[in-house]
Design a protein around this ligand. Structure first.
Ligand code: ARG
Length: 265
């Protein structure tokens, strides 16, 4: 499966060199909608919410709020296409979506396949363990079993560090593996770790804790196909306004998060 995905990505890249899958601002505005691919399992950035009464599905979070403002400023509607994290960048690179929004960390490797907007937030990766764990620092991870979400920068980090790693489709599955004791630690972005651990600890059971020492710095941005420069510029203009006006900080605060405008990367 991995092979097929990289083959498809290579094909998409070759084609995008001639901008076949680019989403220009004109095209998005002519279509009247911006199609956003996202993995909605990453609270408080994007999360799937199901109305228990009606069964209706909706999405909420910081990046959903930002994208609703982006869509409004561009004069289009927001069309959210949920998928597994592994496939978001493929959707973007092959033109199945105009924009990839999923708490994406900008990396040099990803820049070979997609364009990124300006960075709007700085996160970090952290280690989550059970309350009684002997793991107290990053150095203690050596020889331990570590859970991650597949396709993430956490997976890359653990591969590079040579940890005994299990990759899961969704972060809830990685969290469950830790709770059940089939892994010793879970590596995930700090803001999401905080949210998911808080929620888990409220429900009781084996309590989880986050180690203070961060593993990396994770600059977040949105992803686009090569050739989408006009759309990237339009989105950057909205992000710039939100950061300068304090509206970005207000969005984060609405989700209980402090916010600082990141230094230009
Ligand atoms: N920041 C990390 C990365 O870019 C994790 C993102 C995971 N996002 C998600 N919606 N599950 O790889």
């Amino acid at each position: 499966m991995k092979k097929l995905v990289s083959l498809l990505l290579a094909l998409a890249m070759a084609l995008s060199a001639v901008s076949a899958f680019a989403a220009t601002l004109d095209e998005v505005q002519a279509a009247g909608k911006i199609v956003m691919s996202s993995s909605p399992d990453f609270p408080p950035f994007e999360n799937l919410v199901v109305d228990i009464g009606t069964g209706a599905v909706d999405y909420e979070g910081i990046e959903i709020d930002i994208m609703n403002i982006v869509a409004e400023k561009l004069g289009v509607t927001l069309d959210i296409k949920p998928t597994d994290f592994d496939f978001v960048l493929t959707d973007v690179a092959n033109g199945a979506a105009d924009i990839g929004v999923s708490g994406f960390t900008v990396t040099e490797h990803r820049k070979q396949n997609v364009l990124f907007s300006d960075v709007y937030y700085l996160a970090a990766q952290v280690v989550v363990v059970t309350e009684d764990s002997p793991i107290a620092a990053v150095a203690d991870l050596a020889g331990k079993k570590v859970a991650v979400q597949s396709g993430t920068t956490a997976e890359v980090l653990c591969l590079e560090a040579g940890y005994d790693m299990s990759a899961f489709k969704a972060n809830v599955d990685a969290e469950l593996a830790l709770v059940k004791g089939s892994v010793d630690a879970w590596v995930i972005d700090n803001t999401v770790a905080k949210r998911m651990v808080e929620e888990y600890n409220q429900t009781g059971g084996a309590q989880l804790k986050i180690l203070e020492e961060p593993l990396t710095e994770e600059p977040y941005a949105f992803a686009f196909a090569f050739g989408s420069e006009t759309l990237v510029d339009a989105v950057n203009a909205v992000l710039g306004d939100l950061m300068a006006s304090g509206d970005m900080a207000a969005i984060f605060e609405a989700y209980g998060e402090a916010y600082e405008v990141p230094a230009a990367q």
